[in-house]
Every structure is written in C-alpha cells, then in structure tokens.
Write a protein that binds this ligand. Structure first.
Ligand SMILES: [Cu+2]
Length: 447
C-alpha cells in the first residue's frame, strides 16, 4: 500500500513521539482534508472581524421577498448598517375574521426581515415597548458571546422603555432568525421572532436565483373568541401560520416559468416540526442554519422537514405552469381554529337523532358525519373573532385547507411579480373532470 507524502509526514510525526507538534484538530484536518466539521467557526481566532464596506441591494445582492411581510429598513452611519427593532404589542390579523393581540416588532407580527451581506458591520438597537422585560437573540449567527442576546447569561434583560445596542460583523451567509430569549415560552408564543437573511459577499457559481422567498413557520393556541394567544399551551395549537398568516390570508408565491427559486424556511413553533410539501416539482435542500450543503451532498425532495429551531433553504426550477399547493403535510396543521376538538361522528346515522334533538333545540344539526369537508362550505355562524376550520375560495369551490397552506403560482406570461395573476387557466385536455357514460363503458368501468 502506498501512502502519500502528506500522510507519511503526519504519521511519522506521531510515531516519532512528535504529537506535540500537531494539535488533534490539525492532525484531523490534515487527514480528513477539512470539511469534517473541525474547522474553526471563527477563522482567524477572533469572534469579531474587520468589516467590509456595506453591501448594496441590487449590486451586492438581490433582496429576498417576505410574503405578507417587509424588510427592516436601515441607514448607514460611518460604514455601519444601523437597524432599529421596537418590541411592542400589535393587533395582528391572521386571516380575515381572526385577529389577536400579539407581541411583535415595529408594528408587525412577526418582526420585519433583517437582511444584510457577509462582511457587513451591523448595529441593531432594540427598544422595549412591552410591559415586560425582553432580550433579542440572533439565532445561528457567529458573534462575540456578549452579543448573543440570552437574558441573564450574556446580558441583563432589556427593561420596559430601555433601548439596547448590539453590534457585530457578519461573518457567514445563509438563513438565520432572531427571537426573544427571555421568558421564551411566553414571548415566542406571542410572536416575537423574525427572519435574518445574510447574502454571500462573493456568490459562488449557481448561487444566484430569480426569486428568493423567506418564510417563518409558527403556531399559536387561540381558543375561538379569545383575544390573545395562550402562551401556556403545550398542545392544542389551532392556528398554524406562514409569516404569521393562515390560508386564505397567505400571499401566493408568484414566479415565472423557468425561474430558479429559493425558499428559506425557519421554524420557531413552540412544539411542532413542519414537513413542508410542494406540488408539481422537486427541490433540493441546499442549506441549513449551519451553512451551505455541498452540492454533492444535496438530495432531491418534494417534502422538507423543518425542525423547531432550524432553518432549511430549498431551491427548485419552476418549470411547470399552474397553481401548485405548498403546505405542511401534517393534516392538523392545515386546519384553522375550529377543526380539532369535535367528538368523532364520522359515519354516524344522525337522521333520527337530529329530529329528536330538534324538539328540544330548534335548528339543531349534527355535524361532521361525512367528515369535515362540508363544514368549510356551510357559511355557518362562528363565534366572534374566530374562523371556520378550513376554507379559502378556489376556482372550483371551497379549498378545504387552512393554516400552513399557500399557493405557488407559476406562469408563462407574467408582467409583474407584484400582482396576484389570478387562477391558472388550464390548457384544453389537461384538467380532471367528470367522466362521461361513454368513456366509462368503453374502458369497462362500473361506477
Ligand atoms: Cu406542520
């Protein structure tokens, strides 16, 4: 067996009792050729770094789109990008008919997306207008420990009316998040989170995409008629959201046929992972909040699991025109408020029962014996400030999904990304329809 000169030197040094010449990390690096997770997170040994000049949108990066959301504005002061987050209570609408008093930033739930470029120096002020102390953690970022935002561990809490100042140089790129790191159970359940996107300073070949979407997945416990999410809930999450919106309140993702599309998902739900499934295409999982996945290690998927406290970037070529559903595949995560707590009446014969109960309760009707699909259509009265469990208007009736559901609209002719192009017009012969009697006979199908 022949060994290369490099291995011989390493092996020889160890064999000769010269191990002190090499640290364990160096030896592993030499043998593994790097890429095994032993590289220092902080190259150069420092937790902070000399910044580059501030990256410019349109020149150094193409801004991401946050559906139903916005980017946090910044100004540049002496070469530093200065941002200001204001933590405050917000009246938030999840979808028409459902509002709640939540906690967010800058008048929004969730907070605006922070966007910058690797090498940027950022200074982020956080003003606390909540009635409770808070702190802000920059999830996944490499930074000096004292900037990490963990209340009591790396800083005192930010008291009501106080403003804290965070400052560090961005030394990585990818999809990250920010969220409260004080009384996390309460403050995150009420909405205190946002996306933090960092673009590469020198994008590698193939990095550029035409459409780049940032989406935060989260969940809420809002009993029908309640005015605030319940932060003590451990289960029973009945409002599932993408960027704090539930279908039909979720904005569609509008793309052109042939576009390369990136979708960045973050999940800061209290208790649930989400398996996000896209119809009509496959994508590749290209990055996590730990960094880019080497191309040789990416694999195709039609569903990506986004665990709690993680981000996943996926990319795909939008090559099929149409209206394509994209949603969490956990079926209770695509229902709105009123679809979970019923007794099981599926298959129940209720005709007699209804007559008997109507003598006592005029207008009584047992629901759900044919499943929940009909209920979306019934336009029944629901308690104030609550929404039926499912149901957005579709081109062929009521879509029996709610919650963590949205639509990717791929179009051949698209004048602008900024307007919903309406429902897809299917070319002749490409639409499922009622079978005719002749067709059934011809193919020998008894219906
Ligand atoms: Cu889910």
């Amino acid at each position: 067996m022949s060994i290369g000169r490099r291995e011989a030197i390493v092996g020889g040094a160890l064999a000769a009792g010269g191990a002190a010449l090499l640290t364990a990390r160096e030896a592993l690096g030499a043998q593994g050729g790097g890429g095994r997770g032993w590289e220092s997170t902080y190259s150069g040994g420092s937790q902070d770094a000399k910044p580059d000049k501030p990256g410019e949108p349109g020149k150094d990066y193409t801004p991401v789109v946050t559906p139903n959301g916005v980017a946090l504005p910044f100004k540049i002061v002496d070469g530093v990008k200065v941002f200001h987050l204001v933590a405050e209570e917000v009246d938030h609408e999840f979808t028409p008919g459902l509002k709640a008093k939540c906690w967010g930033y800058n008048g929004r739930v969730h907070g605006p997306t922070i966007e910058a470029v690797e090498g940027d120096r950022v200074r982020i002020y956080v003003t606390n207008k909540l009635p409770a102390p808070t702190s802000t953690h920059w999830h996944g970022l490499f930074l000096p420990a004292g900037m990490d935002g963990v209340a009591a561990l790396t800083q005192p809490v930010i008291q009501p009316k106080e403003t804290f100042r965070y400052e560090f140089t961005l030394r990585q790129h990818g999809t990250f998040m920010y969220h409260s790191h004080h009384d996390e159970m309460t403050q995150m359940a009420l909405g205190m989170m946002g996306m933090f996107v960092i673009h590469p300073r020198k994008p590698s070949a193939g990095y550029k995409v035409d459409r780049d979407f940032a989406m935060m997945l989260s969940e809420w416990a809002i009993p029908a008629g309640a005015s605030r999410p319940n932060p003590n809930a451990m289960d029973g999450f009945n409002v599932l959201s993408i960027n704090a919106k539930c279908f039909p309140g979720t904005d569609p993702l509008v793309v052109k046929k042939g576009d390369r599309v990136r979708m960045r998902f973050g999940n800061l739900s209290a208790m649930d992972h989400h398996s996000i499934h896209m119809h009509g295409h496959y994508f590749k999982v290209v990055a996590t909040d730990g960094g880019q996945i080497p191309e040789t290690a990416q694999w195709p998927e039609a569903t990506v699991l986004v665990p709690v406290g993680s981000t996943r970037d996926v990319e795909f070529l939008a090559d099929a025109p149409g209206d394509w559903a994209m949603h969490c595949h956990m079926t209770h995560h695509v229902m709105n408020q009123m679809g979970h707590g019923f007794p099981n009446t599926t298959g129940l014969q209720t005709n007699d029962l209804d007559d008997k109960v109507r003598k006592l309760v005029p207008g009584y009707m047992t629901m759900g014996q044919h499943g929940m699909g009909d209920m979306a259509d019934m336009k029944m009265a629901v308690p104030n400030n609550s929404i039926p469990m499912a149901g957005g208007a579709g081109p062929f009736g009521t879509i029996t999904m709610g919650g963590m559901f949205t639509v990717i609209k791929v179009r051949e002719d698209l004048k602008t990304y900024d307007k919903d192009p309406g429902w897809y017009k299917h070319p002749p012969g490409t639409l499922a329809r009622l079978a005719t009697a002749d067709e059934l006979t011809k193919d020998g199908i008894k219906s």
